[in-house]
Structure formats: structure tokens, C-alpha cells
Design a protein. Sequence first.
Length: 276
Amino acid sequence: MRLGGQVFIEQGTPEAWGKALSEAGFRATTCPFDGSDMNLASQYLAVAKQYDIVIAEVGAWSNPISPDEQIAKQAIEYCIQRLSLANEIGAGVCVNIAGSRSKQWDAPHRDNLTNDTFALIVDTVRAIIDAVQPTRTFYALEMMPWVFPNSVDSYVQLVEAIDRKAFAVHFDPVNIVNSPHTYYHNDQLIIDFIQKLGPYIKNVHAKDIVLQPHLTLHFDEVVPGQGQLNYAVLLQQLSLLQGDIPIMIEHLTTNEQYDAAATYIRSVASELNLVI
């Protein structure tokens, strides 16, 4: 396993970036360039190699299943571009959510969890993968509470339906904690997910979650260690898998928050005698 994150630096050079990540103890990170300047990209990749940092993910955040055909077309083209970049640089995965049938790319909608939308997601993912035919990376979907994949079993169904070797699994346990039951029993959710999809997991997002005492039901995402996600079970289960899986801390806004999150996750790993 490789703990990853981001750093906020004043001097935005490849060398400063790599040094800051190394000093923070991160061995994985998100792609720091857009691919428009491959000379600059080469500099980043050289620095990453120097500091033993892997590019864990290339984001393709967009809405390939938008009800607006033009937006959907542009999103699919963008995902193809981003998957091509991930393949060129050998990133771990190119990751996106499935999208949404809402006008907002990542919002809930009454049609998101229908059979027709499931089929549409299968078609768009196949189109993206088939256009690139990657050999050095994978395309994966981040889970969401209100669109497929929104559970362990819906992810299993997508893997089977998409039926592409280049389709992988991105594991974000917080994003499928969507009820008091999954919240209080997230250890079982994690075990079930990894037992069913472990060989396909190429990337993990690390955050935490708190169920608030507000009606009717309200969850907050928080810094790892400040919520109820069972990191001991998560790390123990991930350690059973093959490969150097990146565990990416995300959504924090300061270096201090990333440091606190990393310190907590490393402390849990140390108690389990795991290297991260």
C-alpha cells in the first residue's frame, strides 16, 4: 500500500512539488499536469521517479450520461483524452464518476438508479475504453450514493456488464455509507466489498464520515480519524490484496489537515504492523 495525498506549495515547480510530497511522506498523488505540455509532464514524471512517487490517478471529472446530448458527447471525448493521458504516463487509473441524469454533473436525480441509466453507464464506459484500448492503465468509476455504482453489488454488476479488462474498481467506502446501518457496520461493508471486488481494486480514496443528530438524515465528510470509518479493518483488508495499492487522502484544504490525516492513518497502520 502507498499512502498518497496533495501538498500546497508557493513555488509551483516539479522539483518543489516532488520535494514537498516526499517531505510529507506521500508516495502517491494525483496527476499534477493536464497533458497540454508534455515537456513539463516529463519533468514531473522524472521528479516523481526520483522521489518514488506514483501518479495514482488522472481525474476525468465530467458527465458522460448527461441528458444534454452535447454535454454528454463533450464529456465522453474528455474522458477519452484523460484515459489516453493516463495510459501514456502509466498512471494507476483514470477515474470519473458515472455522471448524472441531472443538469448538475454529480447531483441526485430520480432517473439515476434505473435500469436504463445502468445500461447507459455500461455503454459510455465501453465507448471510452474501446476508443483508447489502454494497456498501461485502467478506467474506473468512483462510487456515489445516488448513481451506480452505489453499493458493493451494483459495482459487481457493472464489472460483469461492462466486461472489459481495462475496467477497474475505485474504492471509496465513505461514498457508499448511505444509511445508519452501513454507518455503524462499515467494517462489514468494507470486508464484503474487498472480498467481492478485491482483485479489481486499483485505487482507494481515504476520508471519514460522521452521522449528525439532525433530521431527517445527515452525514458530514470529515478528516480521517475524526469520524467512524473503521480504518483498522480497511487497512488490514487492503493489505491482503496483491499490488502496491494507492490510498489517496482527498478533499482537504490545508497542508495541516493532510498531515493530521496522514498521521492518523499511519498510526493505525503501525498498530497493525503494516507499511503504508
